[in-house]
Write a protein that binds this ligand. Structure first.
Ligand SMILES: [Zn+2]
Length: 542
């Protein structure tokens, strides 16, 4: 019975994707129309924000933001007057400092929200957009904290907005109308999005490579309607690619496929890790990637990764996105740091809030996101995503700034998640792995184990599990197996990808202590307080 129900659900889902994509392909957007839309939304930005707030928050008594606004004494007219006097960002900063924000733990329901003597409890479903309608959109899933995926529905107009932003970025990089390649797993939230968006802006999608084979029954399954969609797209003058399996380590097959035909310009949408793999494969073959532009998603574009990519003659621009909003930023076309990006401010406002992120007292400027448009995927009002970074203002002169995306973000990192190969894993689950699961199974205590996220000598992000050498008789393969079981239960897609990419490694080394003298169960070597290797000491002697 259960399998019949699953089959029926998949068929219904597949049919919905078909109808959705048909409507998308039938109403293509040009980059000129996209730019016009951005300008017109920016011209009315404060009014649009206030209208959205009225319709999605103040008109709904059960909105999670209502108690936060009430507790801080903000009725709509007070917010309206604040926005009128000080502008959107300044008003949002004021709201944030008065307690109108949602931390990542509060959003996920891991922690209750305490504001003064009031206590609230939320979960992810509370933040559904009450006016977006449901049933006709495209449903995408993100990993929930319990390992159960949470569905977010994307309306057609929200999808078209995201496609228009992508077209705008490609035009800024000189890639309008140039072939685009997707190199992402099918299960990655951005892969089908990218393929359909490129089709919706009539940018030819030349190929889709996936590190995993297409599965008929497993996780890497295309919607059953995808084949008919490809035929439909072709009839309507739009191209949707088939999926070609290229396992990690065989990137030279992509190079061979591209040959010299992409030298006149080609966009590759992928993760920084996969872009790096292609660059390393090119370097091994003494090949150049001139004409290739990577638009990277899913993880930070770090200096080490970008340097190797650029050494082959390719370019790379970063982009930050999350399931609850979509693509939030696109890389500056004249960047001064590897991941300098412009906020898509016609649809989004970003402010910062100082917060402590670990037991060592490390403080970061967390990014707080507010969705401005009524078709937003989720209602975000000073919502934390678990990322921090630097907001800057400078005149870069690139087309994205000229268009009005004047807010710059850079050095974006996550303080709450491990991030490798474009897949995330939440810190709180890893901490219980280090502090409970591993000591219980293999002996020792929580100070004998540590998870360290760090780039290796080639620039690939690795997750090293430090096991103190003083623990005798430990089978390192058993430790690795145990970690993989925990990962598979909590984040199946990340676990499969990390296994194939050999991301998790066990090291017999003492855990590392930060310069403030703390031993963190989860250590990311690029957090501000932990950035310098010279400042780190190891515990005990080997
Ligand atoms: Zn710029």
């Amino acid at each position: 019975m259960a399998s019949n129900r699953t089959l029926w659900r998949r068929m219904r889902q597949s049919a919905r994707i078909f109808v959705f994509a048909q409507r998308l392909i039938d109403h293509p957007t040009t980059s000129a129309e996209a730019a016009e839309g951005i300008r017109s939304r920016l011209a009315r930005r404060p009014d649009i924000f206030l209208e959205t707030l009225e319709r999605t928050v103040y008109a709904h008594a059960d909105s999670p933001y209502r108690p936060l606004l009430d507790a801080a004494g903000y009725d709509l007219s007070r917010v309206r007057s604040l926005v009128g006097k000080e502008g959107v960002e300044s008003a949002l900063r004021r709201l944030c400092s008065d307690g109108v924000y949602v931390s990542i733990q509060e959003f996920k329901g891991i922690q209750e929200a305490r504001r003064g003597d009031r206590v609230f409890r939320f979960n992810e479903r509370n933040f559904t957009n009450p006016i977006a309608g449901s049933g006709s959109g495209l449903s995408v899933s993100s990993g929930g904290t319990s390992g159960r995926p949470i569905a977010t529905e994307i309306s057609l107009s929200n999808f078209q907005l995201g496609a228009a932003h992508l077209a705008t970025a490609l035009a800024a990089y000189g890639l309008e109308g140039k072939p685009a390649i997707m190199w992402l797993t099918i299960t990655h939230g951005a892969s089908l999005w990218g393929v359909l968006s490129l089709a919706a802006v009539r940018n030819p999608v030349a190929a889709w490579f996936s590190p995993f084979p297409v599965s008929l029954l497993g996780g890497d399954r295309l919607p059953a309607s995808y084949l008919s969609l490809r035929l439909w797209g072709r009839l309507r003058g739009s191209s949707l690619p088939g999926v070609t399996h290229v396992p990690f380590g065989q990137e030279s097959r992509i190079l061979a496929w591209m040959g010299s035909s992409m030298a006149n310009g080609c966009a590759i949408l992928t993760t920084p890790s996969c872009a790096l793999r292609l660059a390393l494969a090119a370097a091994r073959k003494h090949a150049r990637l001139t004409g290739i532009t990577f638009v990277t998603i899913g993880e930070p574009l770090t200096p080490a990764k970008l340097a190797t990519i650029q050494s082959t003659g390719a370019r790379a621009f970063s982009s930050l996105g999350f399931t609850e909003f979509g693509r939030a930023t696109y890389g500056c076309a004249s960047p001064v740091t590897p991941d300098e990006m412009h906020v898509c401010r016609d649809a989004l406002a970003v402010v910062q809030r100082k917060r402590v992120v670990d037991h060592a007292g490390t403080e970061v400027d967390a990014l707080m996101f507010t969705s401005l448009l009524p078709n937003a995927r989720r209602i975000l009002l000073n919502m934390e995503t678990g990322d921090y970074g630097r907001m800057t203002t400078r005149s870069c002169g690139c087309p994205l700034e000229v268009l009005g995306w004047t807010d710059h973000l850079q050095d974006i990192r996550s303080f709450e998640k491990l991030n490798a190969e474009g897949r995330l894993f939440f810190g709180s689950q890893l901490i219980s792995l280090v502090e409970q699961t591993l000591p219980q199974r293999f002996g020792g205590d929580p100070t004998d184990y540590q998870l360290v996220e760090q780039e290796d000598e080639e620039g690939l992000t690795r997750l090293s599990v430090h096991v103190h050498p003083r623990l005798a008789g430990i089978d390192e393969n058993a430790v690795r197996d145990c970690i993989e079981v925990v990962l598979s239960e909590a984040a199946p897609a990340a676990a499969v990808l990390w296994r194939k990419a050999d991301t998790v490694r066990v090291r017999r080394a003492p855990p590392i202590v930060t310069r403030t003298g703390k031993l963190m169960p989860l250590l990311r070597l690029d957090l501000p307080d932990q950035s310098s290797h010279q400042d780190l000491v190891t515990v005990g002697s080997v």
